[in-house]
Each structure stands twice: as C-alpha cells, then as structure tokens.
Design a protein around this ligand. Structure first.
Ligand code: HEM
Length: 418
C-alpha cells in the first residue's frame, strides 16, 4: 500500500486516452491512478515495487487432501516466492513506516507443468472491500495536498471508512524479518474435494519462527535493505519455514468482502509447510517477468463471490504490460530516434502465466471500430507509452504518440485476426 499523503502527482505516465475517465473500465481507471504514484519507476510494480524472489518447496499436510483435490495439496513440489515492501518506490528503506504492508506471493509449480498462485499481505483484513472503494481511496490520496488546510480528502475518506483507518494505523510496524511476519490472502476462495464437497476459506501464512516486530527505536538503527540482507543471512544457515493454513468461515461470515476479518476462533485447517531454501540466481530479472495473480487457480480451488480477485487480475495484467515496456528515458536525441525505430515488443503469456516477448510488425493502413475493444485500448495505451518514453518522456506530444500507437495496433490486429 502506498504512502497516504501525496503532494503533487507527476503527469500522465501512460499515453493520453481520448476516452473520458468515467467511461473507462474500472481496472483501467484504478491502474491509471496507481501508476502515477510518486516514487514509482518505469520497469517496477506500482505497488510492492521492492522485492526479493526466493525458491523452496511446499509439503502438504495429511489434512490438505481432504480439503481440496488440487495437485499441490496431494504431493510436495517446488515454489517460487516473492517477498516485498508494499510501497510504490523500489528504493524505499525497509525500515520506513511507509514501506508496509509486506507482501508474500507464492507460486506453486504443479506436477505435470501447471502453476497456481497465492498473493498475500501482512495485514489481516484488506484496506477496502470493493474495487469502487479502492478507486475512491486512490482518488482521495491523489487529491490530497498537505499544503492545503484540513480536512484533506484522504482524511475525509478514512473518517468514513473505519476499517481503512484501522489498516493504515496498524501497518506502520516494522517486522524483525520477513521470516517473522505473517501473511493473509484476505480474499476468499472455494476448495473442492475429490468427492465434490465445497468449502470456502482464506489463506493464512504463519512464520514457524514466530511473529516478531521491531520497536521504533530498534527500527531506526537498521540499514535500508535490512530485510533483504536478513533473508540472505538466515538462508545461509538453513531454510525459512511458514505454515500454510486455510481459515474456514462460520455460517454468516462474509466471503465477498476481504476487509471484513473473520474472528480468530474460526476453525483453521493446516494445509502444509512452505520451506524457503535460497534466493533465485537473478532476482531482479525474475521479478520483472513474473506475474503473480490471485486468479491463477487450479482444479480443486475456485473463485467465490468475492469480486476483488477478478478485478485484481485485470489490474495486475495492465501493470505487468506496463512494467515490461518500462525503460529509462533516452540519454540523447540520437538514442531517442534509435528507440522509436526499434520494433515494439508484443507481450504474450506463456503456459505458466508469465510474459514473453514477441515482435510487433506494423502493417500499412488504419481506421476501424476495433478501438472500441477494451483489450485493444489497453494495448494501445501501453504502446503509446512506449513512444512517449522513446521520445524522451516529454509532455505535449501525447496525441501523436497515441495516434501512432493506434495505427500500429489496429494494423497488427487486422492482419493477425483476418
Ligand atoms: C482492488 C484491489 C487491489 C488492487 C487494485 C491491487 C493492485 C496491485 C497491483 C497493480 C500490483 C502489481 C502487480 C504486478 O505488476 O505484478 C499488486 C501487487 C501486489 N498485490 Fe495487490 N491489489 C489489490 C488488492 C490486493 C490484496 C487484497 C492483496 C492481498 C491481501 C494484494 C497483495 C499484493 C501483493 C503481495 C503484490 C505483490 C505481488 C508480487 O510480488 O508480484 N493486493 N497489487
């Protein structure tokens, strides 16, 4: 989650859209505002920007197979885990109170080649319960100018959303280690057993080392990358372990609102043990290409009536495309001109849900109602952003970047869908 008092936001980072904001898809509106967060940099996630990718194994418990027929609930297998600070700034000090909440994203590699993900944060209960509220929160943050008199828009938002207020007050603690932090999916899913029994649940990921936070005084003495260093130090002496639990609701507990916490007395099933053994060889390159997504499910685990995972999937996908296009502004005019002549990378998904690059091959003419398609609009926006960056990231030429992008995407689509 991001810092809640922003001053002025930077200008539009993506290509200008001719469509008025109110008509845009909710995911697109959320992404457009998230990506302008101060501190965020092209090539990084707009939240949870600073991270470290590790690997290890997941070993299911005996009870797991009774809850779900999912393949990883039956037999042990490898996992790829990304720990992160929640802030939009990839260089945030780990001991800043603005770095929270922490993230733990887990990819299970299934027997036979598939994948499934859990994407969790260190706060029990999400900040809001719906996508519309999430957009309103982002808008309140963007509209807040600390040089203006109170009440600021963010104060008005928190004043009318007590669970969001509790969230921002509670997340400012600094953990001793990622290995002493607990993580929560907050979103609910449905587990389906071999005999067809369906059971809702939420993931909790509990550190075997116990949950421990630093005092303010201790936190102040820590170096900026202490959480990253701590993980490496611990892993040099042995694995870091977490228990994966599924908390089950009582009758009447809401499954459609991740901001409503189910009480601690609810039954929890021990699903298994996550054992982190090492940092991957190229963490920066790996995290750039990986797209964790709460809707990467597998046979035996399904979405429930919680609307957030499907919305998150769309926003994460926009974010991943943006990240892949992200590059630093060219140092010279010559480099800018070279870049705009470079073929555009087209992004497609691999079977494991990650992004792979192909190449755009622009054809010749333009003009059709293909621009009404939301999937193409998103691609045009990413392409226009590429031109904007290649042009030095200057403002004032957005329409030309947009038109050029539109021409290229339309031609590509007509050629390939004919
Ligand atoms: C409307 C609700 C939400 C929105 C719009 C949202 C948006 C985002 C975006 C844009 C990213 C970057 C994704 C990428 O580029 O790969 C992200 C990452 C992340 N989100 Fe969310 N999020 C939402 C809710 C949640 C919830 C409920 C959780 C967990 C409780 C969560 C946990 C995370 C984590 C851990 C990451 C980092 C994943 C990684 O390491 O790759 N988010 N979120």
């Amino acid at each position: 989650m991001e810092t809640l008092t922003r001053n002025k936001r930077s200008g539009s980072a993506v290509g200008a859209s001719a469509e008025p904001p109110a008509k845009k898809d909710l995911a697109q509106r959320i992404f457009d505002i998230m990506v302008r967060a101060p501190g965020n940099k092209p090539g990084y996630r707009p939240v949870h920007a600073k991270g470290l990718v590790c690997q290890g194994t997941f070993t299911p418990s005996r009870e797991a197979a009774g809850l779900s027929k999912a393949a990883h609930f039956q037999v042990p297998g490898p996992v790829t885990v990304r720990f992160s600070d929640g802030a939009p700034d990839p260089s945030i000090p780990d001991n800043s109170p603005d770095a929270s909440p922490r993230g733990m994203a887990i990819r299970f590699h299934l027997p036979g080649g598939g994948i499934t993900d859990i994407v969790a944060i260190s706060h029990h209960g999400f900040i809001v319960g719906t996508g519309e509220e999430f957009l309103a929160l982002q808008e309140a943050i963007a509209a807040t100018d600390p040089s203006k008199p109170h009440p600021w828009p963010i104060e008005a938002f928190l004043g009318t959303h007590p669970r969001a207020l509790k969230f921002v007050q509670e997340i400012r603690v600094i953990p001793e280690s990622f290995a002493t932090e607990a993580f929560f999916s907050n979103d609910s899913f449905v587990f389906v057993s071999k005999n067809g029994a369906r059971q809702a649940g939420r993931y909790q990921i509990v550190p075997v080392a116990g949950r421990r936070d630093l005092s303010d005084a201790e936190a102040k003495t820590k170096p900026a990358d202490f959480l990253v260093q701590d993980l490496k130090t611990r892993l040099a002496t042995g694995p870091i372990q977490f228990r994966l639990l599924a908390q089950l609701p009582n009758a009447g507990d809401a499954t459609n609102d991740p901001s409503l916490v189910w009480p601690d007395d609810r039954k929890a099933i021990e699903v298994g043990t996550i054992s982190i053994t090492s940092v991957v060889a190229d963490s920066a390159g790996t995290e750039r290409n990986m797209v964790y997504d709460p809707t990467h499910l597998t046979d035996g685990i399904e979405l429930c009536d919680d609307p957030l995972p499907a919305l998150r999937a769309k926003v994460y996908s926009l974010s991943a495309s943006y990240r892949q296009q992200g590059q630093q502004a060219p140092a010279s005019k010559a480099e800018a001109s070279k870049r705009s002549n470079e073929p555009m990378k087209r992004l497609t998904r691999t079977e494991t849900g990650d992004l792979k690059e192909g190449t755009w091959e622009p054809a010749s003419d333009t003009g059709s109602n293909l621009t009404d398609r939301p999937d193409l609009r998103a691609e045009i926006e990413v392409r226009a952003y590429h031109h904007w960056r290649a042009d030095g990231g200057r403002h004032g030429n957005a329409l030309n970047h947009w038109l050029q992008a539109e021409r290229e995407i339309m031609n590509y689509t007509r050629t390939n869908e004919a």
